[in-house]
Design a protein around this ligand. Structure first.
Ligand code: BGC
Length: 763
């Protein structure tokens, strides 16, 4: 661990970002971080946390995400820039987001000694992510192996104002160094996904001024053009271009003496053939038009200001929670597509290779509420992605012998199922593991419908519902007709062989309460949408009926299924059985495993966990949460209490799925279990910042970020939606003095400023 020393003196060195530095009011340190209200500050460089911190310091702009690797490189670094929609084929797992050329490299040498943190000595170090403006900066005081002392102040941002524009700056100051500083600014065309290179080099060259690089994915044939220009200020210097294949570089050399500084700016543009027919031309044209770094940054700052005006959340009395919520929302904002409705947010955002850029139910159920209520236009983009992937969903339904549209459990560019069929064991003699979610975790289709309904309720965007939403809701409803089975003995419909939200149980799972009720709910809404379309847009209704081959016969089937679909709820006990036979499984007391550091599935094995009443994540409780918003069956506070008491102690909340803690936080807040609610909230809040689960290196846990926002608003804020709009019944954690946020609801913004001492308003 390398500790920062001498920080007070260090802070006095001129730093371009200092003038923008936020005044720290209150701070808390953890995991070598200092948390302030708007800035995450890392005070030590610890190579053992390299990959975790690369994820944490990811920046982006809704078009691309770039991990927080260093401009100068570091041994074993996992630099990655992922661009929405740039998928390429891979064996076994079908398709993944290709790691795009790296726009960051800046190699700096002092009289031939290369600056790198694994060489020489770090005298002082600070890395800072300013959430208000998306600026990532790093200040290093470094002694070179031969003993010269220099300061380096790096900055970078991906412009939120212009998604094709990126900026890197480095100010280099000599303390006692005398000699030649050489800066090489490159574009690296050799980026890999863990050893797999997706790119063919097409061409590269010298722009006027600057450099460019053109590459193409090997299989999907997506072209990418990147261009960059280096400028030097505070010193006279020529810039040369060298064309190492796949690595175009601009080099400048400056004479520096003690007390002198030089600043280099690298502005970069990037396009792919997903946006324009000639990406390399577009990148060069844009580069020629781009303003200098400071103006580029100002426009970015203004775009962030506008975004936070709607989406910010203020917590007073708890600086860690304040920073964490802003951090988690920041990570969602930077991966939300702003101008592209053919892509959506992946489970690990654009920040790492986990789940290969695939989209899950995480988006609709966990992430979208934040956008629906604070950036509805972005929510619409992501829901429209589901519209554009309907053909893939139809192919999946057909391939499985069903009708209509059946969404993929893991979805990429086309909507075809891309969940790998098999996972390979790390042990070369171990058995391959079949991944059944692709076949059985079918609740995803109802989850998409749920998010669409919610978007429509909040925005009243009838035009979108008419043109896009209705088709999704109705064609997935057609799928359910073919998927449910009639049990003639019990005279009821059933859904057999599924996986519910809890993935510890995946074989012979019939009538999972979560799935069945979500399907029933979906069909209830499908009937409403069908009738609404007929009443308000008869022509559209007729067109859709023809396209989907719908008749009033289907409508009656939906009604019949709604009336007769089996929901395993026992009105005497108030308990909902997770699936047929769950209560007969061997029971387990998780308190006996309190000292564990692994998931219960790791401890018991897949089969062991599946035979016991232990859950990876909330399932019945998840259902109750989703039905709570509109107070629909089987939700009631009483049912929640009973089922919480049964299921919460059996849920592997700390080591199971990262989707769980935020949901438990909401329900615990509802039940006035304030200690539990806060503990779960912080567990979700810190999942990436403090690497609570030890897997943050593979990317941000996006569902947890979104769940956290829901925990704040619906849990601690106690927001319920009434016909007159949202109303809050706060249950603030003891140390919070204030919770403030805004919600969009049917054309108006509702500002909530909840104080600990205020009496809750009557509902
Ligand atoms: C969870 C799923 C989730 C997926 C992606 C799994 O571990 O059980 O619910 O969709 O991760 O985040």
């Amino acid at each position: 661990m390398i500790k920062a020393q001498d920080l007070s003196e260090f802070h006095q060195t001129p730093n371009p970002s200092q003038s923008r530095a936020v005044q720290m009011t209150e701070t808390v340190s953890a995991c070598s971080f200092i948390y302030t209200d708007w800035a995450l500050i890392e005070t030590q460089f610890d190579p053992a946390q390299l990959h975790h911190k690369e994820t944490v310091f990811t920046i982006g702009n809704g078009y691309l995400g770039s991990r927080g690797s260093f401009e100068e490189g570091y041994p074993r670094a996992v630099a990655a820039t992922l661009i929405h929609g740039v998928f390429d084929d891979v064996p076994v797992v079908y398709t993944e987001l290709a790691n795009c050329p790296d726009w960051l490299p800046l190699m700096i040498t002092f009289n031939g000694e290369r600056f790198r943190l694994d060489q020489g000595e770090i005298l002082a170090y600070e890395r800072r992510l300013d959430l208000r403006s998306g600026l990532l900066s790093r200040a290093v005081r470094w002694r070179s192996p031969s003993g010269s002392k220099v300061d380096l102040n790096f900055e970078r941002f991906a412009s939120l104002a212009d998604e094709h524009a990126l900026g890197v700056r480095c100010q280099i100051s000599s303390l006692d160094f005398e000699g030649l500083v050489e800066v090489q600014a490159s574009l690296n065309g050799y980026s890999e996904n863990k050893g797999f290179n997706h790119w063919e080099q097409v061409s590269q060259g010298k722009a006027d001024p600057g450099i460019w690089l053109q590459v193409r994915t090997r299989n999907s044939r997506i072209e990418l053009g990147m261009a960059a220009r280096l400028t030097v200020s505070e010193a006279e210097s020529a810039i040369e271009v060298s064309n190492v294949p796949g690595y175009p570089t601009q080099t400048t050399t400056v004479q520096l003496s003690p007390g002198q500084s030089v600043t280099v700016d690298k502005v970069v543009t990037v396009f792919t053939s997903r946006q324009v027919p000639d990406p390399i031309q577009a990148a060069q044209t844009k580069l020629a038009e781009l303003p200098a770094y400071p103006d580029l940054f100002k426009a970015n700052e203004r775009a962030w200001e506008e975004t936070w005006r709607k989406s910010d959340v203020v917590i007073e009395g708890d600086i860690s929670a304040q920073l964490a919520i802003r951090y988690n929302l920041f990570q969602l904002i930077i991966c939300a597509p702003r101008h592209d409705e053919q892509v959506s947010i992946a489970a690990k955002t654009l920040s790492g290779f986990g789940y290969r850029g695939h989209v899950f139910w995480d988006t609709e159920i966990f992430i979208l509420p934040f956008f629906i209520y604070s950036q509805p236009a972005l929510a619409r983009n992501m829901l429209t992605y589901r519209y554009h992937t309907l053909d893939g969903a139809r192919r999946k339904a057909k391939d499985s012998g069903y009708k209509g549209a059946m969404f993929a459990w893991e979805s990429a560019d086309t909507g075809d199922e891309v969940t790998p069929r098999w996972a390979l064991p790390t042990d070369p003699y171990g058995a391959d593991i079949r991944i059944w979610c692709r076949d059985r975790e079918i609740h995803i289709s109802a989850d998409v419908a749920y998010a669409i309904w919610r978007y429509w309720q909040v925005t009243r965007d009838d035009a979108w519902m008419r043109d896009y939403g209705a088709e999704i809701i109705l064609d997935t409803a057609v799928f359910w007709i073919s998927r449910v089975e009639l049990n003639t003995k019990d005279e009821r419909y059933e859904i057999r062989d599924v996986i519910g939200a809890d993935e510890y149980h995946e074989h012979d799972i019939h009538n999972n309460a979560f799935t069945n009720r979500m399907v029933q709910w979906h069909l209830e809404k499908a009937i409403l949408v069908y009738d609404w379309l007929h009443a308000h847009f008869p022509e559209n209704a007729a067109q859709l009926e023809e396209k989907l081959q719908l008749t009033s016969k289907q409508r009656s089937r939906w009604q019949d299924i709604v009336n007769n679909l089996w929901i395993p709820y026992d009105s005497k006990t108030g308990l909902i059985e997770q699936f047929d036979g769950f209560f007969n499984l061997e029971d387990i007391d998780l308190r006996e495993y309190d000292s564990r550091t692994q998931s219960m599935q790791d401890i018991l094995g897949m089969e062991g966990a599946s035979k016991r009443q232990v859950l990876k994540q909330p399932d019945v409780l998840m259902l109750l949460y989703l039905m709570r918003e509109s107070q629909e069956f089987p939700y009631s506070l009483e049912t929640l209490k009973k089922n919480w008491n049964y299921y919460a102690p059996r849920t592997d909340i700390t080591y199971g799925s990262s989707l769980g803690p935020a949901m438990h936080a909401i329900l615990a807040a509802d039940l006035d279990l304030s200690e539990e609610a806060y503990e779960r909230f912080m567990q979700a809040a810190m999942v990436d910042l403090e690497n609570v689960r030890g897997n943050a290196d593979s990317g941000i846990h996006a569902a947890s970020c979104g769940g956290l926002w829901q925990a704040l608003v619906f849990g601690f804020g106690g927001v319920q939606l009434t016909q007159d709009g949202p109303i809050a019944t706060p249950h603030l954690p003891p140390k919070w003095n204030r919770l403030k946020f805004k919600l969009y609801w049917r054309g108006d913004w509702h500002e909530f400023d909840l104080r600990a001492d205020a009496k809750p308003p009557a509902l």
